[in-house]
Design a protein around this ligand. Sequence first.
Ligand SMILES: Nc1nc2c(ncn2[C@@H]2O[C@H](COP(=O)(O)OP(=O)(O)OP(=O)(O)O)[C@@H](O)[C@H]2O)c(=O)[nH]1
Ligand SMILES: [Mg+2]
Length: 441
Amino acid sequence: MLDGLKDTLGAAVKKLARSQGIDEDQIKALARDVQRALLQSDVNVRQVLEITGRLEKRALGEEPPPGLPRRDHVVKILYDELSGLLGPEQGLDIREGRQNTIVLLGIQGSGKTTAASKLARHLSRQGRSVGVVGADTHRPGALAQLRTMCERAGAEVYGEEGARDAPAIVRRGMDHFKPKGLDVVIVDTAGRHKEESGLLEEMGRISEAASPDVVLLVIDGTIGQQCRAQAEAFHKAVPVGGVIITKLDSSAKGGGALAASAATGARVMYVGTGERIDDLEAFSPTRFVGRMLGMGDVQAVLDLARRLEAESDEVRMKRITSGRMNMDDFMRQLEDVSKTGSLRGLLESMPGAPGGLKDDQVDKAEERIEKWRYIVQSMTGAEKSDPDLLNQSRVKRIARGSGWTEGDVKELVKGYKSSKSMMKAAKGRQMQGMLRRMGLG
Ligand SMILES: Nc1nc2c(ncn2[C@@H]2O[C@H](COP(=O)(O)OP(=O)(O)OP(=O)(O)O)[C@@H](O)[C@H]2O)c(=O)[nH]1
Ligand SMILES: [Mg+2]
C-alpha cells in the first residue's frame, strides 16, 4: 500500500541516519524530500508547506532531550508531524450488550457494498454477531452482490428485491433484526453520482430511519485530496462519525486522501486495501506513519525519545514555570497526581478550596480527569501544543470526536488556562512546595 510514499520517505530517513552531524542544509534537504513525497501522494500543497515548515522550524529550534542524538530527534519530529497530519487515533466504538447500528454512505462506486461486507467479516471475526441491511434500490443487482459477499462474511442480509423506497426498507430491516439481539447492524446504501442532491436528501431520510450510532463515509482513495470536498459535502447532510478510505492498494494518491479527510476533522477508521473480503485494515495514524518511515528504524528512536523525555522532567518543568505549559504537560500533571493518589492534596491546595474535602468530591475530580483525558485524545498535535488555537469550530469537532459536550471541552480549557497562569505565577521556591504537595516534586 502506498509504495511510492513509503519508498521516498524511507529513503529520506535513511539518508538522515547515515549523515554525520546534522546541520541546517541537511534539515532543509529532508524537508524537501518530505515535500516531494507528500506532493506526489497528492497531499494538499498548503498542508505540505505547513508541515515541512514546522518540521524545519522545530528541527532547527528545539533542543533534543539530553542523551538523544540530534539526528534521532529530527526523525521523531518528522514522525510527530506526519502523524499529526493524519489526525488523532480513533477506532470504531462498539458498545457491548446492545445493537450498534452503522450506516455506510458514499458516492457511486466508492466501495460501500464491498466495505459493508468487509466490515461484517472484520467484526464477526472479533466474535460479534452482525446483520446487514441492503438499502440500495438504484443499482440493478445490488442486493445479489451484497448477499454473495456477506455470505463469505457469515452475516445475514435483509433486503427486498424490487422494492423502491429505501428508507422504508431500512425501517423494516431494523424491525427484522431487532428481536435477534445482534451486536452490529450495518446498512448499505445507494450511491448515485455526487452531483445529485437527491442522494444527500435520501441519505438524510435513511439515516433517520436507521437512527445509527455512527455514520461512516466511504471514500474512494484514488481521488486523492478531493476527498476533502466530498467529506465536507456529506457532513453537511448527515453528521459523519468516521471515514473508510478504499482502494489504497490501487492508488498513489492515498496519502492525499488520508490527509484531506483528517483535515475535515473526520476520523479515518478503516482503509480498504484490495478487492478481497479480508482486505480491510483498522487505520491507525501512528502505525501508518511508522510503516511509511520504515518502522524498524523508527520504533527504536521513538522508544529512546520517549524514555529520555520522561527523564527530562526538568525540561518540562522549565516550560511549565515559564508559562509555556501545553495541554500534554497539563494532562501529565493531572495524571501523575491522580496516579500517586495525591489528588486530595492538590485539590486542597487550590485557592478557594474548602479545608476538609469529602470523598465524593475527590471522586468527582477523578471522573473529570478521566473525561478530560478523552477530550485531549481528540485534539490534534497542534492543538495540544497551542490550546489557544481552540476556537468554536475546533471545540465543536473535539466534542463530537470525544463524545462529550462542548461545555466539557470548554471546562477543560478553562482548567488548563487557570492552571497555566497559576504555574507561571508560582515560580521558584513556592513552585517546589506546590509540586511536592501535588506529588510531583
Ligand atoms: N482494488 C480495490 N478495489 C476495491 C476496493 N474496494 C472496492 N473495490 C472495487 O470497487 C468497485 C466498486 O465497489 P462497490 O463496493 O460495488 O462500490 P459501491 O460504493 O457499493 O458502488 P454503488 O453501490 O454502485 O454505489 C468494485 O469493483 C470493487 O471490487 C479496494 O479496497 N481495493
Ligand atoms: Mg453498492
